[in-house]
Design a protein around this ligand. Structure first.
Ligand SMILES: [Zn+2]
Length: 152
């Protein structure tokens, strides 16, 4: 029986971007000040310099960015990431990626197999779909960052 692919958080990314370029993170943009928010902000613009009166609309974020910082997680992530203490767990690499067009830094894990030794500040990375967890009926999808070039 096929398992359902379910985003681990709803509305933060799409596996079928509106421009046909595949996986994209989804944020929101304020029509009054053009500020972009990720995680998405749907209630009100959080830019203190916003003139107000704008509307927040969903917008796909840039598919590529540059490594701003990174670290490796060598402890088990706290709940709610892993609720079963007996479940297998492996160290992971956390990457902060600067998106130039949006003027923001977003966080995510590196693709499996990419560690801190494979990364460098300024390296270009792209966002790709990944799997956070799987159980009997569901594949919980998330996003990962994957290097697209060498270190500068
Ligand atoms: Zn605004």
């Amino acid at each position: 029986m096929a398992r359902t692919r379910t985003p681990v958080v709803s509305g933060w990314f799409t596996e079928d971007g509106p421009d046909g370029r595949g996986f994209r993170l989804l944020g929101t943009r304020c029509s009054a000040c053009t500020a972009v928010f990720f995680p998405r902000e749907d209630a009100y613009c959080r830019n203190p310099r916003c003139p107000g009166g704008g509307e927040l609309a969903e917008v796909p974020l840039s598919p590529r960015g540059r490594v701003w910082s990174y670290t490796d997680g060598r402890y088990r992530p706290p709940a709610p990431y892993v609720s079963d203490p007996a479940a297998p767990w492996a160290p992971y690499t956390l990457v902060a990626v600067e998106l130039e067009a949006e003027g923001m830094v977003v966080l995510g894990q590196a693709v499996p197999g990419v560690g801190v030794a494979d990364l460098a500040v300024g390296m270009e990375v792209e966002v790709v779909g990944g799997v956070l967890n799987e159980d009997a009926g569901t594949v919980w999808t998330t996003w990962h960052f994957r290097p697209v070039g060498g270190a500068e």
